[in-house]
Design a protein around this ligand. Structure first.
Ligand SMILES: [Cu+2]
Length: 148
């Protein structure tokens, strides 16, 4: 190999090394971008499940808690507790999303303690979702779920 040939050969080698480094750099950058986008957009905590008791532990005609703040994606379980029967009617006229309010309403009376049903707030419009218990509305058995 002549001196000139050697130089050309080395240049080629350098170029291909530089090219593969660039490719590797791109790959690393892509991986970093993917990881960082996950870190930014992935929820830091899994969807939560909350429980609202129907009738307080002390036997009051109230929901416990009667005010609950959740995030879209969370689930709220209404559990029959004391002094039944109870039901849950969402006030669709005053809810952030009427369809969800109608869907979440559980008109059927729950007679025995421990009975429950769940309301999913997946893809829920943020805002307030007021609800009440039909037989005990007059006694003030009402509550509100706020979706952030
Ligand atoms: Cu009730």
């Amino acid at each position: 190999m002549g001196n000139e040939d050697k130089i050309i050969y080395e240049e080629h080698a350098m170029k291909s090394i530089a090219a593969s480094l660039r490719r590797m750099g791109l790959a690393v950058l892509t991986v970093l971008l993917v990881i960082s986008s996950f870190a930014v957009f992935a929820p830091t905590a899994a969807a939560a499940e909350y429980t609202i008791k129907m009738g307080t532990d002390r036997g009051m005609l109230a929901f416990e808690p009667n005010k609950l703040t959740v995030k879209a994606g969370d689930t709220v379980k209404f559990m029959n507790n004391k002094v039944p029967p109870h039901n849950v009617v969402f006030d669709s006229g005053h809810s952030a999303n009427k369809d969800l309010a109608v869907k979440a309403t559980h008109k059927q009376m729950m007679m025995s303690p421990g009975q429950s049903f769940e309301v999913s707030f997946a893809d829920a419009t943020p805002g307030e979702y007021p609800f009440y218990c039909e037989p005990h509305r007059g006694a003030g058995m009402a509550g509100k779920i706020i979706v952030e």
